[in-house]
Design a protein around this ligand. Structure first.
Ligand code: MEV
Length: 441
């Protein structure tokens, strides 16, 4: 069996690269130069990126694409998207344009409450713990004043702390369940700092509680951590228009299109296999903007999917209807985002993205992100229920294959012309390029 490496983190960046190259690559020099090719020539900038995480050896690029023409609450936005999947930015741009011509998107933040919990074990009567908590509740606020004072100045802070009895789920399991308002920050650091202080306060107060026995005085705090499930931090995005206005070319029968579209959404509402893919399409838009604006896409993903399953059955995040000749399509999702703190003031491209969005508040960013998700979903369902998804995908795919083969401009033109009228598949394109090059020889 291989031996584990020890002290890897203590090696310099160069030494780490050498270690990897020598251990895993038949041509270590090639591996080393590949990693170094991705270093930024600007040493200060490189150091900034090195320091985001641990054991950094190089940068890993993802494209930053731009989707213009998003009309949201009567204001135009140019939306930054970081994503590796072809067609997503094109689809977003197309959907944005389509809806800009039909009144645009409406978006509303319904609430902004964040949640954190101290999970602990208390062996005793619940009423004993309840009395203890009621008597001491104000101290939890008081002992976090140092942490909350800045947030309070910005209009945020701890909203409430409640004791939750969870002993029906796990013996002796209780929580301090706290709610927070974190204004323009995502609030993870703020919430976790408050929670860790709550845990200290809880333990200290328990030690001093004269009604507790020895075991109760030593109640066990298992952990203190924010929840990425934020069902009371919800944004709604919607579009609507007269059914007849849905036609975007002479071939479209708008009534048929609207009905099929609504049916496609209904399928995602009732069928979890479809709902997952339907929501994945929504996340194409959401994650791309969340990443571009330096927010935590894993937190967003986890929270949104939990929300999609809140009824006990995983279902569609978006909904659609036709009523009195009006087509409406909407989404309501939980989103805990920040436009200050974290990466937002560190990563130069995140700063760029936020500036391009005209420095939105967290609430405005929630609206933009939800709209990006809805737009993406609209584009996907429009393709799926009309031409099928492969047509657009394959066009983009074609471009990728052309790049992979480093086609010249003349070759590129010939390939694109040929595949205007022929079905695109990886094999077909490769065969065509090879043939083209053979003919030239
Ligand atoms: C592909 O990334 C996303 C779609 O599968 C979404 C959907 O099926 O609705 C096209």
């Amino acid at each position: 069996m291989d031996k584990a490496v020890s002290g890897f983190s203590k090696l310099s960046k160069e030494e780490k690269i050498e270690w990897i190259a020598n251990r895993y690559f038949s041509e270590p020099t090639g591996a080393i130069s590949l990693l170094k090719n991705y270093w930024n020539a600007d040493e200060k900038l490189q150091k900034l990126h090195d320091d985001f995480i641990e054991n950094t050896v190089t940068n890993f690029y993802l494209p930053l694409g731009i989707a213009p023409n998003f009309l949201i609450n009567s204001k135009f936005f140019t939306v930054p998207m970081v994503i590796e999947e072809s067609s997503v930015v094109a689809a977003a741009s197309k959907a944005a344009k389509f809806w800009a011509e039909r009144g645009g998107f409406k978006a509303t933040v319904l609430n902004t409450e964040k949640i954190g919990q101290v999970h602990f074990i208390f062996k005793g009567e619940t009423s004993l713990l309840e009395n203890f908590f009621t008597k001491n509740k104000s101290l939890f606020f008081k002992e976090t004043e140092n942490i909350t004072k800045n947030m309070q100045k910005r209009g945020g802070g701890i909203l409430d702390i409640v004791l939750k009895n969870k002993t029906d789920l796990l013996p002796n399991y209780y929580q301090l369940h706290a709610t927070f308002e974190t204004k323009d920050s995502m609030g993870a650091n703020f919430i976790n700092s408050c929670l860790e202080q709550f845990a200290k306060t809880l333990k200290n107060l328990a030690q001093e509680e004269k009604d507790f026995n020895e075991e109760q005085k030593n109640l066990q705090v298992v952990m203190s951590i924010l929840s990425n499930y934020v069902p009371n931090c919800i944004v709604r995005a919607e579009v609507s228009c007269r059914v007849e206005d849905l036609a975007d070319n002479k071939k479209t029968n708008p009534q048929e299109f609207a009905e099929k579209f609504v049916r496609a959404v209904q399928i995602a509402e009732v069928e979890p296999y479809r709902a997952v893919t339907h929501n994945k399409g929504i996340m194409n838009g959401i994650d791309a903007v969340v990443l571009a604006t330096g927010n935590d896409f894993r937190a967003v993903e986890a929270g949104i999917h939990a929300f999609a399953a809140k009824s006990g059955k995983y279902t569609s995040l978006s909904h659609a209807k036709i009523e009195d000749g009006i087509f409406s399509f909407w989404i309501e999702i939980p989103l805990a985002l920040g436009t200050v703190g974290g990466l937002t003031s560190l990563h130069p491209l995140v700063k760029f993205a936020l500036e391009m969005l005209e420095k939105p508040s967290a609430k405005e960013l929630m609206q933009i992100v939800a709209v990006a998700g809805l737009a993406q979903n609209f584009a996907a369902l429009k393709s799926l229920t009309t031409t099928g998804i492969q047509e657009g995908h394959m066009k983009m795919h074609l471009g990728n294959i052309i790049n992979q083969f480093e086609a010249t401009d003349t070759e590129r033109l010939q390939i694109v012309n040929h595949f205007e009228n022929h079905p695109v598949s990886h094999a077909a394109v490769v065969a065509y390029i090879e043939n083209l090059r053979k003919i030239k020889l």
